[in-house]
Design a protein around this ligand. Structure first.
Ligand code: AMP
Ligand code: MG
Length: 348
């Protein structure tokens, strides 16, 4: 029999995760507070999805902490969104290069770190994750400036593919502490596969620097936890949405230790409909086509940015069914290169 306290924690976690898909009626900035078991939950809309802060401080402290998280999310959205023409990423895409001061930790906002990490993951995953997919996102109708009524022709896909490839991004630094990111001809970055994870890490680091403990930050399923959920538990239990019916979860729990993060990628999250058919927002950069398989891939990592990037990569690369913790190292060449990926789990 499950102890009552433990059961309550599980129930809260279930409600919380199911709620990520269940409650979309709130206007931006509105919050809901769940005061059971000393855990307070606040929700709002951010980066096109539901954001949550769950903490155990006083209501006043939790409200202030949620504000710190919100501010971090807003900053990341402002600078990393391709939908904002003023963002650093839009400027880079338009001008083909950007010069930046290399940032020393603790860093307020580290554009260079995000781009560099995206390129590193692209290399590690042999291009399954590739931040240069923007031209492909456009021809498949994921940009506001393009209405797509039929699937792009082979010619259009080839043309877009000619501008895709992480090798076309050059990052250089000089001894004066300046860095430059330079894009090849026609190359445009899209950091959508990593930006939410980075936003969660930025918020996490700011809360930690403010001395906050025992909390969850969640941005559309990009989750990072700190401390303990209760006096007698060291793992936070996180449910995963059922990709076959995203209003439900799979029933199994992922246990996260303090500092760990989890992210899930799947075709059910976002798609376009062309000629009555759904096309996923995750594109295989090797073919130029949206990934057609169903299911989802869940990655657990030491940071939310890593979990975010690798769950997207895992979905593209086609890691198969069930939790296969440990087996990935043998079954997948691109993961076997990173010893720290022992912790990755997948789920369909
Ligand atoms: P996620 O929801 O984290 O799996 O990321 C999906 C988002 O990442 C998409 O909406 C695109 O902005 C971007 N994206 C799509 N395909 C890829 C890819 N193969 N590699 C990197 N980013 C991608
Ligand atoms: Mg991702």
């Amino acid at each position: 029999m499950i102890a009552t306290k433990r059961r309550i924690v599980i129930q809260i976690m279930l409600a919380v995760v199911v709620g990520v898909v269940g409650v979309f009626v709130m206007k931006r900035g509105q919050c809901r507070v769940d005061d059971s078991n000393g855990l307070h939950e606040r929700r709002w809309l951010s980066m096109g999805t539901v954001a949550r802060y769950v903490g155990r401080g006083s209501s006043r402290h939790d409200a202030a902490n949620a504000e710190i998280v919100k501010a971090a999310f807003d900053e990341v959205e402002w600078d990393l969104s391709v939908f904002n023409p003023e963002s650093a990423i839009s400027k880079l895409n338009e001008e083909g290069y950007i010069r930046l001061q290399v940032c020393n930790d603790p860093c307020e906002f580290d554009f260079l770190k995000v781009v560099s990490f995206a390129i590193e993951v692209a290399r590690t995953t042999e291009g399954a994750f590739d931040p240069t997919v923007n031209p492909l996102m456009r021809i498949w109708g994921f940009r506001k400036d393009t209405v797509v009524v039929e699937a792009p022709s082979g010619e259009m896909i080839d043309k877009a593919l000619a501008a895709v490839g992480f090798g076309k991004v050059v990052i250089s630094t000089n001894e004066n502490g300046m860095a430059e990111v330079r894009l090849g001809n026609g190359v445009e970055l899209d950091l959508g596969g990593i930006a939410k994870g980075y936003a969660v890490d930025l918020a996490y680091e700011r809360l930690k620097r403010s001395g906050v403990r025992d909390f969850i930050i969640d941005l559309g399923g990009n989750i990072r936890v700190d401390g303990n959920p209760s006096k007698d538990r060291i793992f936070w239990r996180i449910a995963v949405r059922d990709p076959a019916d995203p209003t439900k979860n799979t029933g199994e729990m992922i246990e996260l230790e303090s500092g760990e993060a989890v992210a899930t990628s799947g075709s059910y999250e976002r798609f376009v409909e062309i000629g009555g058919k759904h096309y996923s927002h995750i594109i295989d950069p090797r073919t130029g086509w949206p990934v057609e398989r169903g299911g989802s891939v869940t990655a657990i990592a030491k940071s939310a940015m890593e979990a975010d990037a690798f769950s997207t990569a895992g979905f593209v690369a086609g890691l198969e069914s069930g939790i296969i913790k440990g087996k990935l190292m043998d079954s997948s060449r691109w993961l076997s290169r990173r010893a720290k990926w022992e912790n990755l789990e997948t789920r369909r």
